[in-house]
Design a protein around this ligand. Sequence first.
Ligand SMILES: [Zn+2]
Length: 228
Amino acid sequence: MTVKISKRIVGYKVLDTAQDKAPATEELERAIEKMSENVSRPDTLPGATYKIKTPLSEHALYITINDIVLNPGTAHEQRRPYEIFINSKNMDHFQWVLALTRVVSAVFRKGGDCTFLVEELKAVFDPKGGYFKKGGRFMPSLVAEIGECIEKHLIDIGMLQPPEIAEHQQKIMDEKRAQFEARGTAPGAPEHSPYPAGAQLCNKCMTKAVIMMDGCMTCLSCGDSKCG
Ligand SMILES: [Zn+2]
C-alpha cells in the first residue's frame, strides 16, 4: 500500500510487534469475567439440592448450592458456586446454620480459591461425638457433613478432583476383601455396611472398613494400609 506523505515528517517510530500486541491481550484479559463481589446475580441460577439425613434429627437437612456461569459460550466458560442455602424443619441449629450459609456464600462470591472451605468444615468435630452414616462411615459433626456436601458439589462442577485410588491398589483391596470374606466371617455389619462385620474404623477416611489381612491392617474403602 502506498501512502503519500503530504506533511513534513517530524518524528517516526519503528513498529514493535511484541509491544503492539501486548495491550490487545491485556484488553482481552480484562474482558474475561472473573468471580468477584461485582459480578451481579442473574435472576436465575442453576444449582443442586442435597438431602442429608443424620441420626441427630428426625428431619432431613436440605442443602442447596447455586452456581453462576461466567463467560458462557466462550473458551473461558467457568461454572462457580455462588450461594448456599440450608433448610430444615428442625430449627435447633437455625442461628449458626444461617450464619454459616452467609459466610460461605460470601466466600463463594469473593472469587479466588474456595476449595479450602471443604477441608476447614470437614475438620470440625462435635464435642458430643459425631455419628455413623449408612455404610459405616464416621461423620465427626453436622458442620463436617455440610463440608462434605460442598466437596461433592465442587467435584460435580469440576472445581475439585475426586480422590483417586490407583487401579493396582483397588485390585489388591478387592482380593483382600474376597479372602477375608472367604474365611467365613459374617458379611455386612449391623448398620448395613458394605464392609465385613468386625471391620475397624479407618483413621484416614473415617469408614469402618479396616480389616487385618496377612499381618497388615488394610482399609477396604480408601486403601490405607499399615503393616507390621
Ligand atoms: Zn480408609
